[in-house]
Design a protein around this ligand. Structure first.
Ligand code: APR
Length: 229
């Protein structure tokens, strides 16, 4: 079986009603990213940051996978599929995909502020001020903020190196190190991209573009990928 890596970003969840970052003037649900997605923002106002992610968790709970998430599941009949997502939602899981690596963390998990190895399943629960890890430190969202390490990047790079085919769906390719992952692909690995807007990113190899939203573009992508079984 050939191996496919699907690299997804906020665009794949846009039609599920989850706002992308850069399509909204750099404001994320009305907030500057520095306030809600950086260690400095956390240091300045922990209660506000927790509330922001509690609201997002509730919105994601109420969202449903769309035709883009659902179409990817069929690929598993024909390929070994790895989804590397920058999204913190669980819509790939709920669609039924199996191998999902969350590069930027997961909204439904919390972690200790003192010991990053202590990660807890929250489900749909909020994190409140005073919720502590077993070592007595405040819990925070299990999310990679700007300026923080991306612990899964090496695993993701290895998956890209081993891939026979790579498809990029709904990401502006401006946030590193995620945007650099395609460069780990071996020469000759075929690259595809689904996005209604062609990103400014310059790929170092030929790319086949499907310039459509995920709900129609991903089913087309899946049809095209099946030609390589
Ligand atoms: N279908 C597919 N793609 C879409 C759709 C859609 N319906 N609507 C918008 N897009 C595309 C946009 O054209 C854009 O290229 O999705 C992309 C969204 O880009 P960003 O908002 O920059 O999201 P992303 O690339 O995932 O951001 C990367 O930055 O906000 C931080 O850490 C956060 O993981 C995130 C990272």
């Amino acid at each position: 079986m050939k191996t496919i890596v699907i690299l997804t970003g906020a665009g794949i969840s846009a039609e599920s009603g989850i706002q992308t970052f850069r399509d909204s003037n750099g404001l994320w649900e009305g907030h500057d990213w520095r306030q809600v997605a950086s260690p400095e923002g956390w240091a300045a106002d922990q209660a506000m940051v927790l509330k922001f992610y509690n609201l997002r968790r509730a919105a994601i709970r109420d969202a449903q996978p769309n035709a883009g998430h659902l179409a990817l599941v069929e690929l598993e009949k024909y390929f070994q599929v790895f989804i590397i997502t920058q999204n913190i939602d669980d819509l790939h899981e709920r669609a039924g995909s199996r191998n999902i690596l969350h590069l930027h963390g997961e909204i439904r998990k919390a972690r200790s502020t003192s010991n990053p190895k202590l990660v807890y399943d929250l489900g749909d629960k909020d994190i409140e001020m005073g919720d502590l890890c077993e070592e007595g430190s405040q819990l925070r969202p299990h999310i990679v903020w700007f300026g923080e390490d991306v612990p899964l990047i090496h695993t993701a790079a290895g998956l890209c190196y081993d891939a026979d085919l790579i498809a990029v769906v709904g990401t502006s390719m401006v946030v590193y190190p995620a945007a650099g992952l395609v460069n780990y692909a071996k020469k000759g690995t075929k690259l595809f991209m689904v996005d209604p807007n062609k990103p400014e990113y310059s790929f170092s190899r030929p790319v086949e573009y499907i310039l459509e939203p995920a709900s129609t573009g991903v089913p087309k992508l899946v049809g095209r990928l099946k030609e390589f079984v």
